[in-house]
Design a protein around this ligand. Structure first.
Ligand code: FAD
Length: 388
């Protein structure tokens, strides 16, 4: 790499007031919030890839707050008040997304959310626990029945379950929506650029050092270095290489596989479908495509990585589930010509991390599988914490 010229260091590599590492949903919304708070602040976003290439552009596009089997499992594992608070934050995020972006080009569609339970024993347990869950959710959503059972009488309606073979239990909520994650990120990029946020793509940050004067030196082998007044790290699942060991221990990367069907002219399915504590998710994309993803629970240690790549085990499991649920279609691998992977940041607990790694380096991340809903709030809180 050549030495930087004076012209470069006084423009592209100029020291910003705030440097954000990672141009995903969290980093972009934090950048916008800083500009809203103080338009004069010079904000620079460094992104390692040519486009934002974290979970934000590779997810399933659910604006969701979690299906009953996931929430009931959370209630077993965590404090009840904490679980309700997390749903409150997710639901607030969905409403914020709707208010700010539903009218923009993000393919926002409020088809509602479903939970599929195909094991009769599990279905009986969920049915029994549903009134308690709905009572907990009522103050959050304002609905007496956030989740209600559908089927039985109306199962023949193709809208609910487009198959002759209904699952043991199908639950519905009218509040969840779906969107095009790539378009959402693109809209945020446009807004951030309009607000004066600067971007450098293809700049992987490899080292962060706090200088004695309080500024932070940020460096990467492929592009050089610069200093910033304050740094916000929003690299989510890719924290290991960059952050102190205690962060790496709290943020575990987990790879998910996503399959997208060829156009299926008679696809009636509409909505965001959750299955088995959120490990599997599927939805319609537009009028005639089916997206299905997840199944990391069957992949074991092979999914514990921050490297993109295929994985035949969850991919086969997802296809097998479709064959069980919608046998009429006779699914084959050829029905899913488009496949990709994405990396989720997991940890103990379901709340994102927001804390300083050092005096002027703040970390905001670990949004697990709900970052579409949670990132607006996390980005805002990160911006305010940084500027306080
Ligand atoms: C397959 C899949 C499906 C999902 N489905 C949903 C869903 O339907 N609904 C939902 O709410 N959530 C879903 N999620 C989770 C959601 O996508 C994430 O929680 C959210 O996108 C996290 O946003 P982020 O900005 O914090 O992180 P990311 O989007 O991961 O952004 C981090 C950015 O940092 C960049 N970066 C990393 N390291 C460096 C470095 N050293 N230097 C510079 N840049 C760096 C990356 O390239 C990336 O652009 C899903 C995730 C996956 C993987």
């Amino acid at each position: 790499m050549p030495r930087p010229s004076y012209w470069e260091t006084t423009t592209f590599f100029r020291s910003p007031d705030v440097l954000i590492i990672g141009a995903g949903l969290t980093g972009l919304q934090a950048a916008l919030e800083i500009k809203r708070f103080d338009a004069a602040k010079d904000v620079l976003v460094l992104e390692r890839a040519p486009i934002p290439r974290g979970a934000s552009t590779r997810n399933a596009g659910f604006a969701c707050f979690g299906g009953p089997t996931e929430l009931l499992a959370d209630l077993q594992a965590y404090d009840e008040a904490a679980v309700v608070q997390t749903v409150r934050e997710r639901y607030a995020g969905i409403r914020a997304l709707e208010e700010r972006f539903a009218h923009r080009e993000i393919d926002w569609c409020k088809n509602g959310g479903y939970e599929v339970v195909d094991d009769p024993g599990k279905a009986a347990v969920v049915r029994r626990q549903l009134p308690h869950l709905n009572a907990l959710l009522q103050p959050v959503t304002g609905l007496a029945q956030t989740w209600r059972e559908v089927g039985r009488t109306d199962i023949s309606a193709q809208q609910w379950w487009p198959s002759a073979k209904p699952p043991a239990l199908l639950l519905y909520n009218p509040l969840e929506a779906q969107l095009h994650p790539g378009k959402l990120v693109n809209v945020l990029l446009e807004d951030a650029r309009s607000a004066g946020v600067r971007f450098l793509f293809g700049c992987e940050v490899e080292k962060l050092t706090e200088n004695e004067d309080g500024t932070v030196a940020v460096a990467g082998a492929g592009w050089g270095s610069l200093t910033a007044g304050r740094v916000l790290v929003t690299v989510n699942a890719f924290a290991r290489q960059l952050l102190p060991a205690d962060f790496a221990a709290q943020i575990r990367p987990v790879r998910n596989q996503v399959l997208l069907s060829r156009p299926l002219p008679d696809l009636a399915l509409r909505g965001c479908f959750h299955y088995h504590e959120g490990y599997v998710y599927f939805r319609n994309v537009g009028q005639d495509r089916l997206l299905i993803g997840g199944a990391r629970h069957v992949a074991g240690a092979t999914s514990e990585t921050d490297a993109f790549g295929p994985n035949g085990v969850p991919e086969a499991f997802l296809l097998e589930k479709l064959r069980e649920w919608f046998p009429e279609r006779g699914w084959t691998t050829a029905d899913f010509p488009t496949r990709w992977s994405g990396i989720i940041a997991q940890g103990d607990g379901k709340t994102p991390i927001l804390r300083f790694a050092s005096g002027n380096v703040l970390v905001a991340g670990r949004l697990a599988g709900m970052g579409v809903a949670l990132s607006a709030d996390l980005g805002q809180r990160a911006a305010r914490t940084l500027l306080a």
